[in-house]
Design a protein around this ligand. Sequence first.
Ligand SMILES: Cc1ncc(COP(=O)(O)O)c(C=O)c1O
Length: 373
Amino acid sequence: MASELHPGRLAVPAVRELSPYQPGKPISELERELGIRDIVKLASNENPYGPSPQALRAMHAALDDVRLYPDGAAHELKLALAAHLGVDASCLTLGNGSNDLLVLLAEAFLTPAHSAVYSQYGFALYALVTRETGAQPIEVPALGLDADMPFGHDLDAMAAAIAPHTRLVFIANPNNPTGTWAPPAAVKALLERTAATTLVVLDEAYFEYGRGLGTQDGVAWLAEHPNLVILRTFSKAYGLAGARVGYAVSHPEVADVLNRLRPAFNVNSIAQSGALAALGDQAHMRRTVDDTMRELARVQSEFRRLRLWSAPSAGNFLLLRLATAAAPVFDRLLRSGVIVRPLAGYRLPDCLRISIGTRQDNDRLLSVLPQLL
Ligand SMILES: Cc1ncc(COP(=O)(O)O)c(C=O)c1O
């Protein structure tokens, strides 16, 4: 009988064992479930101010040609990015979000005979993409709560954990969901210690937010370190999370491998136009980053006033550690129309990750949270 067949069991073992990535709850889902309106979403580290108006206009204009396939080489966007970053266009690979590039890197460089190193509390996708290839995950304990950078990557321990079969090391700087970051000298020291047979993937998804705090610009190290891969995205500071555009900057040989593997049209034409125009409006991006970091400082100081502990953050979000289990607080916030992110999946059951919204969004959070604890 057809109902007794289990076609899902035909999948390769490493994939059958995967737990899916848990994205933030969409506003529409909460509206449907609870029948409430006026919902504030602080769950996915999006830019609450949205993209440059120039990007929106460019995306509308791109609709006129939507019957045509996109430029698979994304020629214009790549040239603009190359000029912006000061690298040759041959160093670039575009992805359907930087998420796509993490998958491509794992597919290109990991097999069951290899391993990948990442930090405890490192971005969840590192474990997921490693496991889907059957490679051995090497999760390195994070820094302790008493460290200068509590929950941060322990880069010394990560460098020491690299084995001869390690092909990828994932470093998120700043990291999601902790917000923690490592100073440039510490990242550079790890690079110096890493053999050329291991690629260091430096995920700078929140690069634009962390600049004031002295995070690195990894692109500057590429010439010296051919085993370095930098990931950036238009999803966060550029406000284009829904359009899905990310990119890798790497040695041209690594870019060549990734470009051979990537589906030819992985970045659609509307997204390419939006990203190009967003890149051209640096003033808008910087304004939204400055507004967000001002709000982050305000929310942080309100947390301190409420005697709530949050980790230091160079991203557009805060990791809040409660004195009790976070799940009931998450639920009560949901019922008050505020969506945040529970972190039990990261084995942080007493923590919530809260994205920084507009002043009005944050005021809403700060007005309901104290009564829900
Ligand atoms: C550290 C980090 N890297 C990569 C990504 C993937 O982002 P995207 O695929 O939207 O570029 C995220 C998204 O939250 C992230 O937090």
